[in-house]
Design a protein around this ligand. Structure first.
Ligand SMILES: NC(=O)c1ccc[n+]([C@@H]2O[C@H](COP(=O)([O-])OP(=O)(O)OC[C@H]3O[C@@H](n4cnc5c(N)ncnc54)[C@H](O)[C@@H]3O)[C@@H](O)[C@H]2O)c1
Length: 354
């Protein structure tokens, strides 16, 4: 089969990750880059692929099968719509949009055109999470009881030299939490209600440095996420799952799922269960599951090619991107208002499936 021609729109930090993985993957072919910067043009020249400052000119000149939209958040929806209008499938980076209303426009356009959309929640493609989901779906934990996530890191002072990172909206809830929310939705199912608190007690910027969210899932399980960018701590998926070369690897766990028959920690995939009677007086035993290692960004792109070829349904559809965005924004809303946000009502809203 001939390689699937993909273009990348936006050759910044994550765009370059996609470009690197496309170039290195058999079955994929980098058909061009759109990015108005000199650095983007230089990269295209170095890789000997077509370059355009403007994504529309790229789409029209190259006519790729798919486009990776890796531009700033506000560009995601208009650019993805441009792709769909031309019959080009779109892999749109997270967050799908700035607002749920904008995300809905893309969900509707996808349904209308039938052109595939995938949202770049790359953790879904990590074999650890694929295996964890299989264990949950096979009932190895029994009925899900709880999910606890630690996402606590220390961002150095220089990170905050950029003004928007000190202002509302620039904090860990809207920047980092979305990865945790999507991973929880992938593993535990739909989130129906959110309560949250946020604090700026350490850095004293307008934006939060720490937040704690309490979630209710549709299956009745409860979840907590503790998130901070001012905590000198190793407990974060980015440090222990080995997905990001930019962070030193830590041999710790960040996610704990409990059920009536057993419990699972991640990323070590340790399954805890009772051999006999389930009782806090009996010994509970630990069994570690092994999975092959695979780069989630590469897996995501290979899946994108399979979705384009109609060989697989999207693992993270536009509607998934919308739902994850909605639950993430709900954490912010709940922290600001002090009130629980009921997502069950919103879930019952317009259900145009991707
Ligand atoms: N999935 C992940 O792991 C992950 C990681 C980082 C960022 N992201 C997401 O990816 C997106 C980009 O983030 P980043 O950190 O790479 O940002 P970045 O600023 O490093 O890169 C953005 C790039 O888009 C280019 N660009 C801007 N306007 C453009 C236009 N009109 N046409 C073409 N190119 C344009 C810029 O020149 C720049 O090169 C964000 O939405 C972010 O949330 C995802």
């Amino acid at each position: 089969m001939s390689p699937t021609p993909l273009v990348v729109i936006g050759a910044g930090t994550i765009g370059r990750t996609h470009i690197d993985r496309i170039v290195r993957s058999e079955g994929l072919c980098l058909a061009g880059i759109a990015d108005p910067t000199d650095a983007g043009k230089a990269l295209a020249q170095q890789l000997n692929v077509p370059w355009y400052a403007d994504h529309l000119r790229l789409l029209e000149a190259v006519k790729p099968k798919g486009a990776v939209v890796a531009t700033p958040n506000a560009c995601h929806i208009p650019m993805a719509l441009d792709c769909l209008d031309r019959g080009v499938a779109a892999l749109v980076e997270k967050p799908l949009a700035d607002t749920v209303a904008e995300a809905q426009i893309l969900v509707d356009a996808q349904a209308r055109t039938g052109v595939p959309v995938l949202v770049g929640h790359h953790r879904r493609y990590n074999p650890i999470n694929r295996r964890a989901r299989e264990l949950l779906q096979a009932g190895r934990l029994g009925q899900l009881v709880s999910a606890n996530v630690m996402s606590t890191v220390f961002k150095p002072d220089a990170y905050f030299d950029v003004a928007w990172r000190r202002q509302k909206g620039g904090g860990p809830v809207l920047i980092n939490l979305i990865h945790e929310i999507d991973m929880l939705r992938f593993l535990c199912g739909e989130i129906t209600s959110v309560q949250a608190m946020a604090s700026n007690a350490v850095r004293a910027f307008d934006v939060e440095d720490t937040a704690a969210a309490v979630l209710r899932f549709a299956n009745g399980a409860l979840g907590t996420v503790v998130l901070s960018d001012t905590a000198a701590s190793p407990w974060c998926w980015d440090f222990c799952a080995g997905e990001q070369d930019q962070y030193p690897r830590q041999n710790v766990q960040s996610h704990y799922l409990t059920g009536t028959q057993g419990s699972l920690s991640l990323p070590d995939l340790a399954l805890w269960s009772y051999a006999g009677e389930r009782s806090w007086h009996a010994e509970i035993t630990r069994e570690e599951r092994n999975v092959h290692k695979a780069d989630p960004y590469t897996q995501q792109l290979l899946h994108f090619a399979a979705v384009i070829a109609c060989a697989e349904p999207p693992l993270c559809s536009a509607l998934d991107g919308l739902r994850t965005l909605q639950a993430t924004l709900a954490v912010s809303e709940a922290a600001n208002s002090g009130q629980a946000v009921n997502l069950a009502l919103k879930l019952a809203d317009k259900e145009t499936s991707a």
